[in-house]
Design a protein around this ligand. Structure first.
Ligand code: ZN
Length: 255
């Protein structure tokens, strides 16, 4: 059985709550050794902190760009308080999204900046979501004078040029279900380009199912299909791919 790491799952998502104990049991049965549990809503922070008490679950709290209406002025202070209470907690899922429109970008950028500043202040790594917003993201970093950033670019689909800039900042590139689709040429190119010491696997559970699970809600152990696809694209064995990801997970989470 391959040792598996899911660097981006939403274990506090309401769609999973009824079956969460069984899901966690199945994760262990399928060889899952580590999961980064991300919050999307503010209301999930507490559940994520609780999940983070389990040794193989690493907690990340933050506000996803889809839900910026939940943001209030006291959020940075609440985030800091939560980080101080649990030293292992990271910040995520945070970022920018202009998939449907750019109208909300000014507010998204403000909220991302506030969360990045908390991450920097407390030396925590970040779990980043960026869609059609790379130039905006780099602009935020420039304004904050951030030239180094420890964390993950979740569901990376950008060009080799964007990847280079992210790698230079110190970020990891993470791949999920869509990499398993045969026509995902841009993602395949990124998966080949990513250096072996900066690549991670994830599911975005319960979303983005890999090809063999199309139409289902994804589960953390579906990350196996991602690892196997990454291995095939990079022309190495699946055990070697899993081993590289394991090393990267440890470098990310424990450094
Ligand atoms: Zn996510």
């Amino acid at each position: 059985m391959l040792p598996l790491y899911d660097a981006h799952a939403h274990l506090a998502d309401s769609r999973l709550q009824d079956s969460l104990p069984a899901i966690l049991q199945d994760c262990r049965a399928h060889g899952i050794k580590g999961i980064l549990a991300n919050a999307a809503h503010l209301s999930e922070w507490q559940a994520i902190a609780k999940l983070g008490e389990q040794p193989d679950i690493h907690p990340a709290i933050g506000l996803h760009p889809f839900f910026i209406d939940e943001w209030t002025d006291d959020c940075p202070a609440r985030l800091e308080q939560a980080l101080l209470a649990t030293p292992s907690t990271s910040i995520g899922e945070i970022g920018l999204d202009a998939w449907t429109s750019r109208d909300e970008l000014p507010k998204q950028k403000e909220i991302l900046a506030a969360q990045l500043l908390v991450a920097k202040k407390h030396h925590r790594f970040v779990s980043l979501h960026n869609r059609r917003t790379w130039s905006d993201f780099f602009e935020v970093l420039k304004e904050l004078r951030i030239t180094e950033l420890h964390g993950i670019c979740h569901h990376f689909t950008g060009s080799p040029e964007i990847a280079r800039k992210l790698l230079d900042l110190g970020l990891y590139l993470s791949f999920c279900g869509p990499v398993t689709y045969p026509d995902a040429r841009r993602i395949h190119a990124a998966a080949v380009f990513a250096p072996s010491d900066r690549i991670l696997s994830e599911t975005d559970c319960p979303d983005l199912p890999p090809l063999p699970c199309k139409g289902q809600l994804s589960r953390p152990w579906h990350v196996q299909f991602v690892v196997e696809t990454l291995a095939a694209l990079r022309r190495i064995s699946a055990p070697l791919m899993a081993e590289q990801i394991e090393q990267n997970w440890h470098a990310l989470v424990f450094s």
